[in-house]
Design a protein around this ligand. Structure first.
Ligand code: BGC
Length: 349
């Protein structure tokens, strides 16, 4: 079969080419790939900045935002041929740490978790893949290609759960949320904010293209510019850019008792003029919490499925701005100005 693979930590090694069929130990369910979403993590892996091949191997099959069709459900009773499924990304560490032991692998304590297409286990950008039945999430057939949005939705479902959990430390009635960044994660975070009945504001750099209209279509307010320029103190910030300046500005802007949830992974940048002690003083005097959030466990996969089911299909469809063939994966990894979610389509749906 053919697969998109990369030698992690070696830029320029990504290729689409022949690759052995998935091995039976990877799972009893055999799946034909339909589509795989591309995200910033994939770009980082291809640029040689992140990622790990399976132990003893040099290449990693890329891709963690899956959608596939069951070819052979194996002995599992829960799936049948033709079902649409999405694969959970993370597997618990083998020790296991206390969190992995209770199924909260997203909160793994020792870092020995593995992730499909990212860390030590093959991803989903191959014509066929295998999965353990307990990690295959069946999606409603009526969602069609939109099932590929499930994985990024799980990431924001977890982030919102974190925000709510932190908020519960005191009496808390959040009203306003600022989402920084109108990429797929930001827009899905805004969708979930609206579903929670909040007044949602989304900030991004661009003034044109599809993002402002997508935000307005949610009944949310779009801002182009800086966090300071939004003109209010949000109860919640969901930070989806990973940009130092935006993070520092968010910590300054958050209202008293507010929660800043960081979901973006960035690095470098210039210093922002805010020292660690400055940040601490702002947070102490206003009871603020900055919480990092990564990955998702089964509970979030379940909730994300509900979030997608409640969302307007037309709005969700407009998040998928480009579909590329696997042989054109390099174009899929390039960020074009009007791109939101780009997917690599392996077979028709
Ligand atoms: C994925 C997560 C993963 C994280 C860190 C993200 O792109 O969506 O599932 O945990 O990268 O590897």
């Amino acid at each position: 079969m053919k697969a998109i693979t990369v030698e992690p930590r070696k830029p320029g090694t990504a290729r689409y080419g022949d690759f052995p069929e998935p091995e039976v130990h990877e799972g009893s369910v055999l799946v034909e790939a339909v589509a795989v979403g591309v995200c910033g993590t994939d770009v980082e892996i291809v640029e040689g900045k992140y990622g790990w091949a399976p132990p003893g191997k040099t290449r990693l099959v890329l891709g963690h935002e899956s959608l596939g069709r069951v070819v052979d459900p194996g002995p599992s009773g829960g799936l049948k041929k033709g079902d649409l499924v999405v694969g959970i990304v993370r597997r618990p560490d083998p020790v296991p740490c206390p969190n992995c032991a209770v199924g909260e692998w997203d909160m793994c304590r020792n870092g020995q978790y593995t992730e499909r297409g990212i860390k030590e286990i093959h991803g989903f950008m191959s014509e066929r893949w295998r999965i353990e039945p307990e990690y295959a999430i069946k999606v409603d057939a009526s969602l069609g290609i939109l099932g590929v949005l499930l994985e990024p939705t799980t990431v924001v479902a977890k982030a919102w759960e974190q925000v709510a959990a932190v908020g519960q430390r005191a009496f808390w009635e959040p009203r306003t949320v600022l989402v920084t960044g109108a990429g797929p994660i930001g827009l899905l975070a805004a969708l979930l904010g609206r579903q929670r009945g909040l007044e949602v504001h989304v900030l991004d750099r661009v003034e044109s293209g599809p993002k402002p209209d997508l935000v307005r279509a949610l009944g949310a307010t779009y801002h182009a510019g800086t966090v300071a320029g939004v003109g209010f103190e949000p109860d919640v910030v969901v930070e989806c850019t990973g940009v130092g300046q935006v993070i520092a500005d968010s910590i300054r802007a958050i209202g008293a008792g507010g929660v800043v949830c960081l979901t973006g992974v960035g690095s470098g940048g210039t210093t922002t003029g805010l020292t660690t002690a400055d940040v601490a003083a702002e947070m102490v005097l206003r009871n603020n919490v900055v919480v990092g959030s990564v990955n998702a466990n089964k509970r979030h996969w379940y909730k994300a499925g509900e979030n997608l089911a409640r969302a307007d299909r037309k709005w969700l469809s407009s998040l998928i701005t480009r579909r590329e063939k696997p042989e054109n994966f390099k174009q899929a990894l390039e960020r074009k100005p009007d791109d939101i979610k780009v997917v690599i389509q392996f077979s028709e749906i």
